[in-house]
Design a protein around this ligand. Sequence first.
Ligand code: URA
Length: 212
Amino acid sequence: MRIHVADHPLISHKLTALRDINTDSPTFRRLTEELVTLLAYEATRDVRTEPVRVETPVSPADGVRLSSPKPLVVPILRAGLGMLEGMQRLLPTAEVGFLGMIRNEETLEASTYAERLPDDLAGRQCYLLDPMLATGGTLSAAIDFLVERGANDITAVCLLAAPEGIARVETDLGGINVPVTLVTAALDDKLNEVGYIVPGLGDAGDRLYGVV
Ligand code: URA
């Protein structure tokens, strides 16, 4: 897996505020969107374009536009939903699919409870949104799901990643011949005994949407 840690003072500044236990939910949501827009800039570095010629007020100019098929953005419910707006700000014409995955809090394994995705993902640039790459179970299962549908170009955008999660995804990817890129704002130290990222930011879903 290609790993890109987006190293920028604005990203570090916003991430620090996100981590802060005193940051309230509305501020947490706004910061998440802003942070994802900055991460989206990195994540879309290889987004496909095609040449186009436009007329400026002065002369013709050669440029590019995003090419077909449109990129597909896939937030993993529920916390990934908080990242969608930030991603769409940079990719307003992208299509959006949804993947509902839940983590069993005892086994820490992920299973799919809902999906709304195209049947054929071959040739689509897919952007998976999941704020916390913790044990790696959810992201790994989500990648498997996309690959089963034919995806062969996957970028995961995560706010934070733990070494254990990266190792798990890399191991699970061993048998899959699909390039996967991870773009994250930071690599944290480790997981604690209940699978939370340390230092992390707590439960991203709860901080975005409350404890329900
Ligand atoms: N999910 C979260 O929301 N936070 C963690 O630290 C780990 C998984």
